[in-house]
Design a protein around this ligand. Structure first.
Ligand code: RBV
Length: 424
């Protein structure tokens, strides 16, 4: 059984470095700061055990800390084998009420063992990013489901997975689709993914965006962000899509839209954001130029067919930290970042989304955890949209922290908006 991280690593230096990262994040998370104050007073999670599987770095650590301050016993592990910051994991493990099992660079077996260590705490609430925790509980520990009041899911892929479970009547407790709220989706998916993916790629390779052709696979919220920011860095952007309206939207934004079969020979950098598998496959590798960069910003490492790439390569070697080169028989080198895993979190220098963005997403997580504990009777098994007033609450805290005031509707305006009799 996996031991808490502080029993696995020599903690002295790691602890200080992790605490410093957490302090920086804390200073830039006004939403969680405000919720911390109210949770400290009201203890909404007294007696609850919260199991979490998320990217364990500084912002996530502040979320876990805030839940613990609210009375929860928190157990946490990673949701990706490469996204954990060991120093933060150690610092988090030292926080009162929190046990962290997350460690960077674990293999599949260790990854699931750490998940089991979290489950061993018998959580009453689960907080997931990608659905691995909720899935492991349903698959291997169904006896715990009775005492679980509900949970929250952070990301598009996880919500998609939960909806598929729900459609099969296989989801046996309530889960909030945190990803789908305006406060998460419109900021985290668009700006967060755009900024952090490009930043990670740039820092990992030390190469420029200007003058490059960047192929963005998928024009959902994440693809929109990546395309917009790449274009803002003076790259030419090509979008590939399967959905006709999204393809049109990309076209009307001024991007070239074409199938991957055509884009393969045009691109210098490829960034996948589809949430689906086999987006870049053997035929595409054959058409690519020497030196291309292949990066994935989708939750799982299934978008670039690495098995096919490996099978076709005559040689492979680490070109830089976080960059694996695959040499083809004709001498072309195709460079894969972060082993095809989430490029914004999984290269050695990745830091995930900007702090302000995660403050919003995790603000929604925190109020959803509070809601599921306080009003569990109102939610049956299945996927639930987050009540709009909770999302508004988080937006209002943020506006207040930023010192931004808004207008409010007058009585006559309210009446006008509610009526259908007014015409010309
Ligand atoms: N994400 N987390 C971070 N903690 O730094 N950065 C991104 C972090 C989340 C984001 O909300 C997205 O939905 C998910 O990671 C994909 O796994």
């Amino acid at each position: 059984m996996t031991a808490p991280i502080s029993e696995q690593l020599d903690t002295d230096e790691l602890l200080e470095s992790g605490q410093r990262k957490m302090e920086w994040a804390r200073q830039h998370m006004p939403i969680l700061d405000s919720l911390r104050e109210s949770f400290e007073q009201n203890q909404p999670f007294a007696g609850e055990r919260i199991g979490m599987a998320m990217h364990v770095e500084a912002k996530t650590a502040i979320l876990a800390e805030v839940l613990a301050v609210g009375g929860a016993e928190v157990a946490i592990t990673g949701c990706n084998p490469l996204s954990t910051h060991d120093d933060v994991s150690v610092a988090l493990d030292a926080v009162d009420g929190v046990t962290s099992y997350a460690k960077r660079g674990v293999d599949d077996e260790e990854y699931y063992e750490a998940m089991e260590a979290v489950i061993d705490h018998e959580p009453t609430v689960t907080v997931d990013d990608g659905g691995d925790l909720v899935f492991a509980i349903h698959e291997d520990y169904p006896e715990l489901i009775d005492t679980i009041v509900g949970g929250c899911e952070e990301t598009t892929t996880g919500v998609h997975r939960l909806r598929a479970m729900d459609d099969d009547d296989a989801l046996e407790y309530p889960m909030f689709a945190v990803n789908d709220t305006p406060m998460k989706r419109l900021f985290d998916n668009v700006h967060g993914t755009g900024e952090s993916s490009l930043a990670s790629i740039a820092m990992t390779t030390n190469l420029s965006w200007a003058g490059k052709t960047v192929v963005v696979a998928g024009y959902g919220d994440c693809g929109k962000g990546v395309a917009k920011k790449a274009s803002g860095q003076n790259a030419d952007v090509i979008v590939t899509e399967v959905e006709p309206r999204r393809a049109l939207e990309a076209h009307m934004e001024g991007y070239d839209v074409m199938p991957m079969a055509d884009a393969a020979s045009e691109g210098d950098v490829f960034i996948t954001t589809t949430g689906n598998r086999d987006v870049i496959v053997e035929d595409h590798f054959e058409a690519m130029s020497d030196g291309v960069l292949l990066a994935n910003a989708g939750h799982f490492d299934v978008e670039v067919d690495l098995e096919a790439l490996e099978a076709n390569a005559v040689d492979t070697y680490e070109a830089r930290d976080g960059v694996q080169a695959y040499e083809m028989a004709d001498g072309r080198r195709l460079n894969v970042l972060a082993e095809g895993r989430l490029v914004n979190l999984a290269t050695p220098v990745s830091m995930g989304h900007p702090v302000e963005v995660m403050d919003q997403s995790f603000g929604v997580q925190a109020v959803c955890a509070r809601e599921i504990v306080q009003n569990s009777d109102e939610y049956g098994a299945g996927v639930h949209e987050v009540p709009d007033e909770l999302d508004r609450e988080v937006a209002e805290i943020k506006l207040e922290a930023e010192g931004i005031e808004t207008d409010s509707l007058s009585d006559t305006q309210e009446e006008y908006m509610d009526s259908w009799q007014h015409g010309t």
